[in-house]
Design a protein around this ligand. Structure first.
Ligand code: HMG
Length: 276
């Protein structure tokens, strides 16, 4: 197996069969992605997609989580940055997810631990997603006063608009079994230690099929989805998250998370839940 470590946030390995594995490697923040990780992921996926020796791409996370989504420290910088800088951030993230979804080779997400916010988006943008039974998922953006804009189309395409509303509006955690039942996952294994064996079964099946046919299948299915993620859709999602990210509610949400405090809109003990 050839191993190449990208400078900072990823590990990359390609085996003799052309199975590439990208491991997000910021375990100290549950593999939350910042500007650098977005750039490195985009570069890695672009290069592997264009490499004739690569047959499929596996996306995994180092440590206890798959990914805790966007880095809140980085998201919070929105209040100091210009509208144009925020929009560029969102466009870069939208482009990175698009590169994964649009990759002409099969892509597989390997989820252990947590997939939160943009982490769910990464799994949804992959063709196949596997998880261990203890994995938990949440489309958690609304907890911070923002929304799953850029990841939205991929989540909707994976689980449909009805389940996407539930996931995004409640922002609550679901189990791997629930994620399997709603179509976000393709297989759940009992323990994280069994993930690699499950991955091998999927890889062996995927390698039996014509690579060009697989590229055509992906292009065709992308046109048949609930909503094709066109350039216009991506721009709409980028415009939306960059606007909401700069708002007062988001500022309060990010600050509350970093201070390990509840956001101001969270009901406090003693609030009367029956009041109307
Ligand atoms: C992961 C747990 C459950 C661990 O919960 P825990 O085990 O209680 O540990 P913790 O909360 O103390 O976290 C450990 C360390 O990881 C950091 N950390 C952890 N997550 C992040 C993060 N995302 N960004 C930045 N830092 C993060 C956290 O700040 C802390 O740093 P320390 O205090 O030790 O210095 C908890 O930290 C948590 O809930 N994190 C937030 C996860 C989340 O909701 N992510 C969604 C981000 S928004 C997003 O992805 C937007 C996007 C891109 O989808 C928008 C769009 O699509 O348009």
């Amino acid at each position: 197996m050839t191993n190449m470590t990208l400078p900072r946030t990823l590990q990359l390995a390609v085996d003799a069969r052309g199975v590439a594995r990208i491991t997000m490697n910021r375990p100290e923040v549950f593999n939350a992605f910042n500007e650098l990780m977005i750039a490195e992921l985009a570069q890695a996926v672009e290069q592997l997609s264009a490499d004739a020796g690569v047959r499929l791409i596996v996306l995994a996370g180092a440590g206890k989580a798959f990914s805790a989504g966007a880095d809140i420290q980085w998201m919070k910088r929105a209040s100091e940055a210009s509208q144009e800088e925020n929009l560029q951030d969102a466009r870069r993230f939208a482009k990175m997810l698009h590169l994964i979804a649009d990759c002409p080779k099969p892509t597989l997400a390997l989820v252990q631990g947590l997939a939160l916010g943009g982490g769910v988006g990464l799994a949804a943008a992959c063709d196949i997603a596997l998880a261990s039974a203890d994995a938990k998922f949440a489309v958690s953006e609304a907890r911070f006063g923002i929304l799953p804009a850029v990841i939205g189309p991929y989540v909707v395409n994976a689980v449909g608009p009805r389940q996407a509303r539930r996931l995004a509006l409640t922002a609550s955690r679901i189990t791997a079994e629930q994620a399997l039942a709603m179509g976000l996952l393709h297989e759940v294994v009992a323990t994280a230690a069994e993930l690699d064996a499950a991955l091998e079964r999927w890889v062996a099946e995927l390698l039996l099929n014509g690579p060009l046919a697989q590229g055509e299948i992906k292009r065709l299915i992308a046109q048949l989805e609930v909503g094709p993620v066109t350039a216009e859709v991506r721009e709409l999602t980028a415009q939306t998250i960059s606007r909401v990210r700069m708002g007062e509610e988001a500022r309060q949400g990010f600050a509350a998370f970093l201070a390990k405090q509840p956001a101001p809109w969270v009901p406090q003990a003693g609030d009367d839940a029956t009041k109307n």
